[in-house]
Design a protein around this ligand. Structure first.
Ligand SMILES: Cc1cc2nc3c(=O)[nH]c(=O)nc-3n(C[C@H](O)[C@H](O)[C@H](O)COP(=O)(O)OP(=O)(O)OC[C@H]3O[C@@H](n4cnc5c(N)ncnc54)[C@H](O)[C@@H]3O)c2cc1C
Length: 414
């Protein structure tokens, strides 16, 4: 309960979290004529690496919104295929070039540039407000329904009253727990170590993809002047790896991907290596009266396929398609919120199931090997023998199942 003299604001929809899900939903609702307040606890979007991939399905959404050309003016890299070096054999894992344009490539762009871009689009609409440095600390309940959010900003507290609270506050969500919603854990046998290595654009291969060796897997994203690297480890094994020392880790990385050469020497301390504790979970129920969770707050995804941002945006598009009119006309019901879950639950489950299969059938066996001669996994062999099959992972990763299109009409600009 907030103290009785706490200042109050009112709006139609208050969104906790200015990540891909929250900002995209805030922008889409404001564009459709809804008054919306997005709260982001950090003062800016410039934070640790959290994934830089914008997938074909998001490019299609940007095209629906008439923003694609403008978006592609921002500095970015395009990826048309994902390559793999599987025990020394060069393979194409996914070929995006066959997907329908404009989404026939994947864009690598710093996430903060993407978020800044969407926030800028939102600000064009009179109903859009984004407050940076404002942290949601809990929900306000009245007669069993969620009626608003408690917020801390610059050392003061206030309450936002609204018809809908959205928890888009990521995997470490506050809103989900304060609303009493509990996720089911699906489990993941891996963690990931993220770090950057310098890249010599003139000399190094351009490949964005993965390298598999017995006992190790490394993903390298070409970011022009540097490699964004993801080293996959068995869950909970970071302590053991750290005990062996940073020098041993550098040797491992260099051994897995020889093309990185001397660049591994920039890794001098574990501070340069960030642990992503991989989680896969999902809410059995994404909503309560007056409240909805979307994105990672509703379902944390494995990094397999790099689809977390994509799914978060797809949730936002579906939620705005289904909720903009009821919110605008102040006739939102639980059925409207249930419809969002009905629309997005199945794509989430299918994607998580595919991630679990890759983790259990491919990654865990690779990590469990200790130098024994390794055979290229059967699915990879099939991908090479039957190039048409390369379109399937491209479609799953790039578009996913049940892709969303923007169905709302734009309101007047500010
Ligand atoms: C190291 C790493 C690498 C990743 N790589 C990829 C990748 O390559 N491709 C990919 O698709 N996905 C990747 N992901 C996953 C991806 O980041 C998420 O799936 C995606 O960002 C989810 O979007 P979201 O908006 O639901 O949540 P988030 O992006 O987590 O955004 C939530 C936002 O809410 C804010 N917030 C949290 N609590 C509060 C609060 N109480 N009040 C106000 N604001 C709050 C946070 O600061 C954050 O800005 C990666 C994640 C990590 C950690």
């Amino acid at each position: 309960m907030a103290p009785p003299d706490t200042p109050e604001l009112t709006t139609q929809c208050c969104i906790a979290g200015g990540g891909p899900a929250g900002l995209m939903l805030g922008y889409l609702l404001a564009r459709a004529g809804v008054r919306v307040l997005v709260l982001e606890k950090h003062a800016d979007f410039l934070r640790d690496f959290r994934g830089d991939t914008i997938h074909p399905s998001t490019l299609t959404v940007l095209q629906d919104l008439g923003l694609l050309e403008q978006f592609l003016q921002l500095p970015h890299q395009r990826v048309t295929e994902l390559r793999g070096d599987v025990y020394g054999e060069q393979v194409t894992l996914a070929d995006f070039s066959h997907l329908p344009p404009p989404g026939n490539f994947l864009v690598l762009i710093p996430q903060w540039d993407f978020l800044d871009f969407i926030a800028g689009q939102g600000r064009r609409y009179p109903g859009f407000e984004l407050r940076m440095g404002a942290q949601a600390v809990g929900i306000v309940e009245e007669n069993g329904a969620v009626a608003g959010m408690r917020v801390e900003e610059g050392g003061r507290q206030f309450v936002v009253r609204c018809d809908l609270v959205v928890g888009a506050d990521g995997r470490h969500t506050t809103i989900r727990g304060s609303a009493g919603l509990q996720p089911e854990d699906v489990g993941a046998p891996i963690d990931v170590l993220w770090f950057r290595l310098p890249r010599d654009a003139a000399r190094d291969p351009s490949r964005t993809g993965g390298t598999l060796r017995p006992g190790a897997m490394l993903v390298t994203l070409n970011r022009d002047s540097y490699w964004q690297c993801a080293y996959v480890i068995p869950k909970g094994s970071l302590d053991r790896i750290q005990q062996q020392g940073i020098e041993a880790f550098r040797r491992k990385v260099a051994h897995v991907a020889g093309f990185l050469g001397d660049s591994v020497h920039v890794l001098e301390s574990w501070d340069q290596v960030k642990l992503l504790e991989v989680q896969i979970n999902r809410l059995p129920r994404w909503y309560r009266q007056g409240l909805l969770c979307i994105g990672d707050a509703a379902h944390a995804m494995s990094p397999v396929g790099g689809v977390g941002i994509n799914l978060a945006i797809q949730d936002a598009v579906a939620a705005s398609n289904l909720l903009a009119a009821p919110l605008r006309e102040r006739r939102l019901t639980m059925d409207d919120l249930a419809a969002v879950q009905r629309r997005r639950d199945w794509p989430t489950r299918v994607t998580q199931r595919a991630q679990v299969a890759v983790q259990n059938e491919m990654l865990s066996p690779v990590l469990a090997r200790t130098g024994a001669p390794a055979r290229v996994p059967l699915p990879v062999t099939l991908l090479q023998r039957l190039p048409l099959l390369q379109r399937l992972p491209a479609r799953l990763v790039g578009i996913g199942v049940r892709p969303e299109r923007v169905r709302t009409a734009p309101a007047d600009l500010a």
